[in-house]
Design a protein around this ligand. Structure first.
Ligand code: SDX
Length: 393
């Protein structure tokens, strides 16, 4: 190989870009969006305001947030022809596969999004359309999975309430869309909104770096997030906790399985590439679990198993030595479930939350004129072989 290449599998020690959007300190468990702490934003802000903050760089004043909400609410409808795609999916196909396809198909309905030299205003409209249509697409995927009729957006409602109305409205056992549910959803979406150069965000950036359009870049990010080692972990955590519950709740047995190198089982929702003490989001979500379940009058045995699992693992040298702590995915599914979402919708909800972060990062990549992503390799294959005729193989 010509030139000097440093091997860094998984980019564990590689800075891929410069960014002013999100700051993480893995040792101290610090997470900030545009300089504001996640603790303050989760407590005091709304998801739409945080989306504005991530994308435009500052907290909006009243006129700015009103205009942002107004622009988005004018773009919540999806083209009626998109229903053919929804109808084409097998009824039990995974929502993340549907979401990735449906978001990519927006580039077909809005071909102006394909122009890499669009003006800033045109690019802004392309982003606004995606923010508006994502809530409709996500809720329609859910309604289709139930065989229920889809519910159209009510644009006088705010962003999160409109999403919840499209998801849970007119359902046989109606979920009461009250302040508890709306506040819990805002908090969860805020906590998922961005996380610097994680796997799916790096995917969005590298696809966008080829001058590929926003919708296809975000669709690629959705696919990366689907994996159980990344966003798919929130679904895998609940499936794991259910399995432990059904196996008599023997937490020690499963913690030992997770430590056994010959056993592929891992404690889902544990560990993180950057956080080596605690994931600040997990702390907030764990606290919110107790509050929200109490307000909803729900007691979930799976929450008790999660807390017991955390307790055992945090006192086990295997996990302590490897600095493995609960991450954002460990408790989030318990709240989603309490709000009425089925397990297979959890990762789609992660994508809904991460959307403004992906958009902000893609926008920054374009504004900074980052070069096309093209890493090198260390070649370890065969050298200098001559072609062999079929008769001699
Ligand atoms: C997210 O990057 C982000 O910011 C992601 C995210 C975001 O907001 O975008 O925070 C969201 O994806 C959170 C992570 C969700 N994934 C899971 O919960 C899946 C379980 N966790 C792991 O698979 C793992 O911890 C990762 C994928 C999260 C991190 O993997 P790394 O950094 O590559 O670490 P590793 O796999 O090299 O593990 C280091 C050691 C290994 O043991 P040794 O070889 O040193 O003996 O820790 C062990 C691993 O076997 N280990 C685990 C474990 N996680 C790591 N052992 C048991 N259970 C686990 N969960």
């Amino acid at each position: 190989q010509s030139g000097y290449v440093t091997l860094d599998s998984g980019f564990k020690n590689t800075g891929a870009t410069k960014s002013a959007i999100t700051f993480l300190d893995g040792e101290k468990g610090i997470l900030k969006y545009r300089g504001y702490s996640i603790e303050e934003l989760a407590e005091k802000s709304t998801f739409l305001e945080v989306a504005y903050l991530l994308i435009y760089g500052s907290l909006p004043n009243q006129a700015q947030i009103d205009n942002f909400q107004h622009q988005i609410s004018r773009h919540t409808l999806v083209h009626e022809d998109m229903k053919k795609f929804f109808d084409g999916f097998p009824s039990k196909s995974h929502p993340m596969g549907q979401l990735a396809s449906l978001v990519c198909s927006l580039s077909a309905f809005y071909p102006e999004s394909l122009d890499p030299h669009a003006t800033a205003e045109e690019m802004d409209l392309t982003m606004i359309k995606l923010l508006g249509k994502m809530t409709t697409i996500v809720s329609w995927i859910y309604k289709k999975s139930l065989g229920h009729p889809v519910i159209y957006p009510q644009n006088k409602l705010d962003y999160v309430t409109n999403f919840l109305h499209m998801t849970f409205g007119q359902r046989t056992e109606d979920v009461e869309i009250d302040d508890v549910v709306v506040n819990a959803m805002n908090k969860l979406l805020i906590l998922h909104a961005d996380h610097e150069q994680n796997c799916s965000t790096s995917t969005v950036r590298i696809v966008g770096s080829s001058d590929c359009n926003l919708y296809a870049s975000i669709s690629a990010g959705i696919s990366a997030l689907w994996g159980p080692l990344h966003g798919g972990a929130n679904q895998a955590v609940i499936e794991m906790l259910e399995k432990i519950k059904n196996d008599g709740g023997d937490v020690d047995k499963w913690v030992n399985k997770a430590k056994d190198k010959n056993d592929p089982f891992r404690l889902m929702g544990f560990g993180h590439r950057v956080y080596k003490n605690f994931d600040p989001r997990a702390k907030i979500i764990k606290k919110a679990c107790d509050e929200i379940l109490a307000k909803l009058g729900i007691s979930d045995p799976v929450l008790d198993i999660a807390k017991k699992l955390e307790e055992v693992a945090l006192n086990d040298p295997y996990f302590v030595d490897r600095k493995l702590y609960p991450n954002v995915d460990f408790y989030s599914g318990i709240i989603y479930r309490a709000l009425g979402f089925p397990t297979e919708m959890f990762t789609v909800l992660f994508a809904l939350g991460r959307l403004p972060g992906w958009i902000a990062q893609w926008k920054e990549m374009r504004e900074n004129n980052d070069p096309i992503g093209r890493p090198r390799q260390i070649y370890i294959g065969e050298n200098d072989r001559s072609y062999v005729e079929m008769s001699k193989r």
